[in-house]
Write a protein that binds this ligand. Sequence first.
Ligand SMILES: Nc1ncnc2c1ncn2[C@@H]1O[C@H](COP(=O)(O)OP(=O)(O)OP(=O)(O)O)[C@@H](O)[C@H]1O
Ligand SMILES: [Mg+2]
Length: 418
Amino acid sequence: MGGFKLFSHKGTTKSPAMAGDLGNEKMKFEVIINAIEDGVMLIDLEHTIQLFNPGASRITGWKVEDAAGVDVSAVIKLVDSKNQPYSDDQNPLMKVFKTGQSVRDNNAYLTNRSGKQIPVSVNVSPLVDNATVSAVVAVFRDVGEERAEEQRRADFISTASHEMRTPVAAIEGYLALALNAKVATIDNRARDYLEKAHSSTQHLGQLFQDLLTSAKAEDGRLSSHPVVVELGAFLEQLSNDLKFAAEKKGLFAEFVIGSSHNIDASQGGERVVRPLYYAFVDGDRMREVVTNLFDNAVKYTESGKVSIGLTGDDKVVQFYVRDTGPGIPAEDVPHLFQKFYRVDNSATRTIGGTGLGLFICRKIVELYDGRIWVESEVGKGSSFFINFPRLNAKQAADKQAQEAGNAELQPINSLASS
Ligand SMILES: Nc1ncnc2c1ncn2[C@@H]1O[C@H](COP(=O)(O)OP(=O)(O)OP(=O)(O)O)[C@@H](O)[C@H]1O
Ligand SMILES: [Mg+2]
């Protein structure tokens, strides 16, 4: 680009022809700054705007001459996606003054002079003089078009997967009927074909479901009805339901609970009192998470064992899904919970999958202030851990009483409103 050549560092510092020609340099500088479509601002230590280009004027609605010399907080009003004004700790400009490090924020909205919200990406860099920040340069870009495009893409995925689930469910239903000996008569070869068609259809249905869930998770529309769940009983039941899939593949499946071995002598004989692990989560969503992890463990493990375990201390409930499978290389671990990420190896090339399972798990776990991570050793196996805040017995009882109260209130409310 011509502009870049004009303002190269070589030209400003070394070229003898340019030396001393400050007027010319200043003109070029202005031409470039004025031509940049992004909003560019220079802000001094008193937070006063020292330079404000026409790009900044377009985005903020402030005239260049009006903004110059004004406190930046009057001109740059940033809010988050929920329309909450940024605190000083969130504000990239203030962060740079405080830390002296460059900051980028791609999710901000700027309230312009006429009160309209404009999606912006903000990049703020410090100008450092003798190891102290002397001013900051802020670059603002209007990303309305990009965000609208992202939204359209997400909407398309969720509409398409939603619409396609219905016919797939119908096909699956009819295939199940055809396979039901009480309803239809088919020969063995047809049965074999239909069984294959049935399992592929189930797979397709699951894929649409995953696409839909991940699209919803991305824009925060994942439905969730958290209640108090005792994870011990919950996981034991779920492990029972899941273990057949492992045993079918010749893997040993187990459920391990707690580490505490209190002995309750009053019951006569020795009895292990099992600790109760309460958490505030949505049971259906939890089932989805554990099923995804367990499916992975079974899918990627050739031989050995798959365990579901539960432990915790007084603050956290921790559960894990552990396998004796191939393990995950360290360089893949940081990307594992991203959308569509699959480890590239011969196993994943032959074993089907979309790379959505772990992304969905992370999104769900984060709904309940939880954390998910993996510890793995190549050739030995992997353990996926999840931590949730633990409720003690009293907190659990209080919340349950509250839930019961809400449930009782509901009919009264609906009577009143009908
Ligand atoms: N227990 C495991 N052992 C080894 N590798 C695993 C294990 N779990 C996950 N992985 C790796 O992580 C990748 C991402 O897992 P994820 O569940 O997100 O996707 P997927 O299983 O490939 O597809 P799907 O969307 O059907 O779940 C997998 O492709 C696999 O390479
Ligand atoms: Mg998976």
